[in-house]
Design a binder for this molecule. Structure first.
Ligand code: F3S
Length: 416
């Protein structure tokens, strides 16, 4: 098959992008077509993407590239990628497009309600350049960390190149797909080539659990903190949680927190509907987590009692979660001076207008963004959230004094 030619741009512009080191060598086995892409015969954009994949493959000892079903690309907020990131994307976008389905993580603002969020015009202009570049690359503008709730839902056994940590752990653990936790550039490179290097969680033997963690029971509302604790205990080892009996939404919150405090993008659990056999022969340690440990963790993360912002939806709220919150708030009145953000995807927002209208009486229902990748440090100092992942990133990326409360506690605090 012929590799498509991409016309070169004059070498005078963006010299750093055009500089190509002497032909890259690799210990991976590449097909003839892949070799030609690496040699630049399919244009600079695809060459750069291939160089990145091959470099990663060599570092991690991959033998070959494998096709992927989809990519999830992170690095979409101006806050997280800055001016250097914009230049990188604009350069790339002139020379390449994705060749498999690829969806994009949240931006730094709601595309329609950025003013209401308090985002400045300078930030919005930079954000618009990022959006343009990704559109030109062909990345789908889902702007969510829950692409699996917005149409990009992988099937069991499919290989992916997903970057968003919470989505990666959900895809591996709940959906049974296979992906490493990519960086933004490597997920984009994989989307352009349509392949990724075969290492890590793409190899079945590497997906076996190494530590068994028995959680005695999880008190109401503390599932995110169970993930927070398990991530710390597991570290780099895939945990096996035999007694984890959660709803899909709870898996979403659990995994997000686990991937935030730990370094692993997968857990195994026993699921009554899924008779798959879990290979526990490699388990080297067993740990018990008493119920009291989760309550103590909640106390340690309690923080302030008054907040500038109450933020729900990390990961982005599902339709079911929006409905449940609206059901509770219907008939109640707003109370509390804090601003309130309910973060979700555009597709979920559009799918439940009546419930969104109820929530809108209590705060802003925001799409395309979240409390971590939006520039909240310019707007607020103390934020309360029901998310274990947010407890890790609000103090660091968001420069917030963060307080953990269960969803129910937050709903009660903002209403009477
Ligand atoms: Fe999603 Fe933002 Fe949390 S990207 S997982 S809502 S930090």
């Amino acid at each position: 098959m012929q590799v498509p030619e991409t016309p070169d741009r004059p070498a005078s512009s963006h010299p750093s992008f055009y500089y190509t080191p002497p032909l890259m060598t690799t210990s991976m086995h590449l097909t003839a077509k892949e070799e030609r892409i690496l040699a630049g015969e399919a244009g600079h954009g695809r060459q750069k993407a291939m160089e990145l994949l091959v470099a990663l493959g060599d570092i991690y000892g991959a033998k070959r590239l494998i096709p992927i079903a989809s990519a999830q690309v992170s690095g979409a907020s101006f806050k997280t990628i800055g001016d250097a990131g914009i230049r990188f994307l604009e350069d790339f976008s002139e020379h390449a497009t994705v060749s498999v389905r690829a969806s994009l993580n949240p931006l730094g603002m709601d595309e329609k309600r950025w003013r209401a969020m308090g985002v400045g015009a300078d930030f919005r202009l930079k954000q618009a350049r990022i959006v343009r570049a990704y559109r030109s690359l062909g990345v789908e503008p889902l702007y969510t960390c829950t692409p699996y709730l917005s149409g990009n839902r992988p099937r069991r056994g499919q290989h992916l190149a997903w970057a968003e940590s919470s989505a990666t752990v959900f895809a591996n653990s709940y959906l049974g797909a296979m992906t490493n936790r990519e960086g933004g550039p490597s997920a984009l490179a994989a989307a352009i080539i349509g392949k990724t290097a075969e290492y890590g969680l793409h190899i079945p033997e590497n997906r076996a659990p190494r530590v068994r963690i028995d959680i005695e029971s999880i008190p109401e509302g503390l599932v995110p903190l169970a993930g927070y604790v398990v991530g710390k205990l597991a570290g780099k080892r895939i945990p096996y949680l035999p007694s984890l009996d959660l709803t899909p939404d709870q898996h979403k919150s659990f995994g997000a927190a686990m991937a935030a405090t730990g370094a692993v993008s997968m857990y195994e659990f026993s699921c009554p509907e899924d008779r798959k056999k879990i290979d526990t022969s490699g388990i080297e340690e067993k740990i018990s987590v008493p119920t009291t440990e989760l309550a103590s963790q909640a106390e340690r993360l309690r923080g302030d009692d008054s907040w500038d912002l109450v933020a729900v939806g990390c990961p982005h709220c599902s339709r079911h979660e929006i409905r449940r919150m609206a059901k509770f708030l219907k008939g109640r009145k707003p109370a509390n001076d804090a601003d309130v953000w309910f973060c979700t995807s555009r597709s979920v927002y559009n799918s439940c207008p009546r419930e969104v209208a109820v929530l809108s009486r209590f705060g802003k229902v925001l799409c395309d963004t979240c409390m971590v990748v939006a520039p909240i440090e310019r707007l607020y100092k103390r934020t309360a959230s029901d998310s274990g992942k947010a407890m890790v990133y609000l103090p660091t990326l968001g420069k917030q004094r963060a307080s953990f409360r269960t969803t129910q506690q937050l709903l009660e605090a903002i209403s009477s």
